[in-house]
Design a binder for this molecule. Sequence first.
Ligand SMILES: Cc1cc2nc3c(=O)[nH]c(=O)nc-3n(C[C@H](O)[C@H](O)[C@H](O)COP(=O)(O)OP(=O)(O)OC[C@H]3O[C@@H](n4cnc5c(N)ncnc54)[C@H](O)[C@@H]3O)c2cc1C
Ligand SMILES: *[C@@H]1O[C@H](CO)[C@@H](O)[C@H](O)[C@H]1NC(C)=O
Ligand SMILES: *[C@@H]1O[C@H](CO)[C@@H](O)[C@H](O)[C@H]1NC(C)=O
Ligand SMILES: *[C@@H]1O[C@H](CO)[C@@H](O)[C@H](O)[C@H]1NC(C)=O
Ligand SMILES: *[C@@H]1O[C@H](CO)[C@@H](O)[C@H](O)[C@H]1NC(C)=O
Length: 343
Amino acid sequence: MTAQYVIVGSGIVGLYTTYCLINDAKVSSSKLTVMAEYLPGDESINYTSPWAGGNFSCITPNDADTLRFDKLTYTHLAIIQAKLGGPKCGLDTKPSSEYWDFYPGDEKINSLKSYLKDLVIVPKDQLPVGTVFGIKYTTWDFNCPLFLANFKEYFESIGVTFIKKKLTHISQAYLPKTKVVFNCTGIGSFSLSGVKDSKVYPTRGQVVVVRAPHIQENRMRWGEDYATYIIPRPYSGNQLVLGGFLQKDNWTGDTFGDQTKNILKRTTELMPEILDRPLEILRVAAGLRPSRQGGPRIEVERVENKLLVHNYGASGYGYQAGFGMSHKAVGLYIKEKAILARF
Ligand SMILES: Cc1cc2nc3c(=O)[nH]c(=O)nc-3n(C[C@H](O)[C@H](O)[C@H](O)COP(=O)(O)OP(=O)(O)OC[C@H]3O[C@@H](n4cnc5c(N)ncnc54)[C@H](O)[C@@H]3O)c2cc1C
Ligand SMILES: *[C@@H]1O[C@H](CO)[C@@H](O)[C@H](O)[C@H]1NC(C)=O
Ligand SMILES: *[C@@H]1O[C@H](CO)[C@@H](O)[C@H](O)[C@H]1NC(C)=O
Ligand SMILES: *[C@@H]1O[C@H](CO)[C@@H](O)[C@H](O)[C@H]1NC(C)=O
Ligand SMILES: *[C@@H]1O[C@H](CO)[C@@H](O)[C@H](O)[C@H]1NC(C)=O
């Protein structure tokens, strides 16, 4: 272990970044160390990745960068899935329908048309009451905790080191031989000393997990100020994730009974078949999406003669856009390294 490269953060963004360092920058796995307070298998309100429903959907903003990150991730996931041993790793495809109370915009729809598998626009007479636009396509669903654990296991099997450690200052990430640090600290970037990023804020979500072997497809509805979604979790013993909430600037990891009721009302209206079987609630959970004013921060900085590459602020789309974000972060690193090599 030489720890020439340190990735701080072991959420989905840190793991995608590790993947891109190996596959894009061709760094040898034995030179990589992932350092984080929480590792796959841990649970904490300060570790967002295990709480995600984990689908690919239309949550992302319409800016060109994010549309590109989505596309890169969607089209690359099959390769990651194969490397991790197929769908049992906790990543599988499923049919999905999404409906909107407003038209989502040509930019988004044209981008989706260029890559989504089996995409069809739902005819107007088949739209749920109150919605104006809908699509059906084949989506990716993650079993988030299982996928994180398998991604880590895969990296360890090829020689990446994982260290469990809470940093109180960014300087602690630089081990004796470290040349570059990747900052993938998610919501942690708000409080970690160095330069606290006050643009980071949580978007709290709550989900209800039920057992529903009879539901094998995704369905979502997007309103101006709410999102309702239904996501089967692959290889989980028939868990179905029901959501959700998008509460800006609310830090609590507590769950609320009125939100559970509200989620059950909205999801069973959108998919009445859920009630074809007695409702069995397995768990209610809350998570904090690491949002950031102006979007994610993907930037390279020089710190003395070393590099610091930021890659955080994935908000509600770390699984579905995180590969694209990490590809960009590692690309910036490769460019900067080439510039430094000229001196
Ligand atoms: C209810 C809910 C549903 C969601 N659904 C989806 C979905 O369907 N699809 C999708 O794409 N996204 C979804 N998301 C969003 C997704 O979960 C996030 O975008 C993603 O998990 C962010 O990953 P991350 O790696 O940036 O952060 P995190 O997973 O929070 O990881 C941060 C890492 O940094 C470490 N860290 C932070 N500070 C320090 C420190 N000081 N010292 C050491 N280590 C530190 C942590 O320990 C952790 O390992 C959802 C989120 C929620 C809450
Ligand atoms: C989460 O992080 C915040 C900010 O550092 C801290 O105040 C809080 O105690 C942490 N919560 C837990 C459960 O660790
Ligand atoms: C489904 O995807 C959207 C967009 O990624 C996300 O906001 C939502 O939380 C996801 N659903 C679940 C249950 O995670
Ligand atoms: C990550 O970036 C944030 C915001 O600039 C900063 O507070 C934090 O110290 C950085 N962490 C690491 C490990 O570089
Ligand atoms: C966070 O959300 C919960 C549930 O809606 C609410 O009861 C609580 O007051 C909110 N907290 C803050 C600080 O807004």
